[in-house]
Design a protein around this ligand. Structure first.
Ligand code: HEM
Length: 382
């Protein structure tokens, strides 16, 4: 069950499941995130399926190392690394990207509309959402000059290797993809400019690679997942689509309600550094704490209509899709801006569309990873 947490609801605020302490109430998830002394982030990137020696050898052969850098860094080096990443993703830089992104999305949507009108099905994942966050990130951070497909293959392989149930053959294949691209990142970390050069001044080459790794894996991949999930959810919300078309509904509110109800990261981990009590449940030192972010967003204590998509409802923005506290997502502004552009430009495509194939999400502890999302048009103009 834990691998598909978006399909289930919690039966208690704290429960022991599959060797994790599963925390689902909004109050308790916040409490854990606000207390890094007791609940540290060191295990954030630990492989859910232990990586066997044979696959570790493959990774080591490529010089793979994943030191504490950002999300998995509870050491004193964290604030300086985070500060440089925050600078690269500063809200002013993000806002400056908006016209460029709007242009790209508008052109794509226009061509999709033509295809839909001619009766052709379109794949909103492949043809619209999949690569946008990577293209945007590449304008903010100096990235290796690789084909988008290569980077996406790497980032999805990493999400599978570290967060999915996988057998040995698959681990070996994934380790090869991840290790190979990690070596590409290592090379780039030696020469890259801007944020990369600034990170180099901190004096540890591994942390430059670690930061690039995390940005490429969690940063861009999560946002393309969110765009796909949100567009799909909107096909089931005709009143919201009508409100957007009329201009009576705010795009930002739609994005926020999407983050609350269809977050791309459904759970996130912490580790108990000492024995503690959570919601009356004893938590031993060393326990893996699994924070059910998606369920916290549906907690009846934060909104009056926790399961319904009601943009602008009171409490809608109190979701924990981006975490909270010292490790709160640095890319929140960027992903919100991207989602707002996509909703504003593409919602019209969905109004008269029929879903031919809903995105499918594979088993994963934390990431949704939706794939193909095919729609057809009903022949009406978007
Ligand atoms: C909808 C899209 C996204 C979601 C839902 C999301 C969610 C998260 C979550 C849950 C965390 C962990 C927070 C915690 O431990 O309290 C996180 C951390 C982080 N995210 Fe995001 N993220 C998204 C997009 C992005 C983007 C676009 C970037 C950058 C390009 C990014 C960069 C980061 C970084 C660097 C951290 C680690 C921060 C730290 O440890 O100080 N994220 N994100």
């Amino acid at each position: 069950m834990l691998f598909r947490t978006w399909e289930a609801s919690a039966d208690s605020p704290v429960a022991i499941r599959d060797s994790h302490v599963l925390v689902s109430s909004h109050t308790l998830v916040r409490q854990v995130l606000a207390d890094p002394e007791t609940f540290a982030p060191h295990n954030a990137l630990d492989a859910v399926t232990p990586i066997p020696v044979a696959a570790l050898r493959v990774l080591a052969g490529h010089g793979f190392r994943l030191p504490p850098t950002l999300a998995n860094n509870g050491t004193p080096s964290h604030p300086a690394i985070r500060g440089l990443v925050e600078k690269a993703l500063h809200p002013h830089r993000v806002a400056a990207l908006q016209p460029w992104l709007t242009g790209i999305v508008r052109r794509r949507v226009a061509s999709l509309a033509i295809r839909l009108r001619s009766g052709e099905p379109v794949d909103l994942y492949a043809d619209l959402t999949s690569d946008l966050p990577l293209l945007a990130l590449a304008r903010l951070v100096d990235l290796p000059d690789d084909d988008v497909r290569v980077v996406k293959e790497f980032s999805r392989a990493a999400l599978e290797l570290f967060w999915a149930p996988v057998d040995l053959d698959r681990q070996l294949a994934l380790a090869e993809i991840v290790g190979h691209y990690h070596a590409v990142l290592r090379k780039h970390a030696e020469q890259g400019e801007g944020m990369i050069a600034e990170l180099r001044t901190l004096g540890d080459p591994d942390l430059v690679v670690g930061a690039l790794f995390f940005l490429l894996v969690a940063g861009q991949e999560t946002t393309s997942q969110f765009l796909t999930l949100l567009l799909h959810r909107l096909t089931t919300e005709p009143a919201v689509l009508a409100g957007l078309a009329r201009g009576s509904m705010r795009v930002d509110d739609v994005v926020e309600e999407g983050l609350r109800l269809v977050p791309p990261i459904t759970t996130w981990r912490r580790v108990a550094t000492r024995a503690a009590t959570l919601g009356g449940v004893e938590v031993p030192a060393g326990a893996s704490i699994l924070l059910w972010l998606a369920e916290a967003g549906r907690d009846p204590s934060i909104t009056a209509e926790p399961h319904d998509f009601v943009p602008g409802q009171r409490g809608s923005r109190r979701h924990l899709a981006f975490g909270a506290g010292a490790h709160r997502c640095v890319g929140a502004q960027l992903s919100r801006m991207e989602a707002a552009v996509v909703v504003a430009e593409a919602a019209g495509l969905l109004r008269y569309a029929e879903v031919v194939r809903a995105p499918w999400c594979p088993d994963n502890l934390s990431f949704r990873m939706p794939d193909t999302f095919q729609i057809t048009g009903s022949g009406r103009r978007s």
